[in-house]
Design a protein around this ligand. Structure first.
Ligand code: 6PG
Length: 226
């Protein structure tokens, strides 16, 4: 049964991050009662940084967590704009999580090869337990952009001519993302107003094609909920 997305409006980006951390910890607890590992897909962009920093400070035992990425920019591994660097900087390093638990997208190989390689990495790890995603001003999520064909048969796709720099990217598809029990969107800032309105009006923006098998939570701050 497809659950409808639940919109939760919060006063500030800090409150969005706090609720996201609560939800991630709830998902992790539930998953780890049933299985050996908690499989979490992390979001890129700027918004999730606060969530990662708060999660890192929780002082919990992350040893049974596996971290994946929903998308990556085709840049060198150490480039500061890489989503993998966002994760290392704000979560893995401060929480002293071994890099062996992190499965970055090898986007330095280029969009085509990197997508093929990451598809091999994740196909044996599905289903995910929790997916974190952001929302772009144009309604994109991960690197699934409006006007780009939504590949349904693949798990990971190359993205060319992305409207958000860099133009070369790699993204998990909705098919891969939707294997997760829970999907959590982190949305903050007035520049997301238009995308939020489109979504609430039922427009088929890329973000609206992603939903969790059991729940889809959209944490949005007041500035984005205009
Ligand atoms: C990326 C992200 C992208 C991001 C949205 C929102 O690589 O840029 O994966 O999908 O989540 O563009 O970005 P902000 O959180 O920076 O607003």
């Amino acid at each position: 049964m497809i659950e409808t997305a639940q919109w939760i409006t919060l006063n500030t980006p800090q409150a969005v991050a706090e609720r996201a951390v609560e939800e991630i910890l709830r998902c992790a607890g539930a998953a780890l009662e049933q299985q050996e590992h908690f499989k979490l897909v992390l979001a890129g962009g700027r918004t999730p940084a606060l969530t990662y920093a708060m999660l890192a400070e929780k002082g919990i035992n992350f040893s049974r967590w596996m971290f994946f990425l929903g998308d990556e920019r085709c840049l060198p591994p150490e480039h500061p704009d890489r989503n993998s660097q966002l994760v290392v900087r704000h979560l893995l390093k401060p929480a002293q999580i071994p890099l062996q638990q992190f499965f970055p997208i090898p986007a330095e190989l280029g969009a085509e090869t990197g997508a093929q390689e990451y598809e091999k990495t994740i196909e044996g790890c599905l289903p995910f337990d929790c997916v974190l995603l952001g929302l772009g001003e144009d309604g994109h999520t991960a690197s699934l952009f409006p006007g780009h064909s939504q590949e349904k048969t693949r798990l990971v796709v190359p993205v060319h001519n992305a409207p958000k720099a860099p133009s070369e990217r790699i993204s998990l598809t909705a098919t891969a993302l939707n294997t997760a029990s829970t999907v959590v969107f982190l949305v903050a800032g007035k520049d997301k107003c238009s995308a939020v309105q489109q979504w609430r009006c039922g427009d088929e923006i890329p973000a609206a094609t992603v939903s969790g098998a059991h729940e889809t939570l959209i944490f949005v701050d007041k500035a984005a909920n205009c």
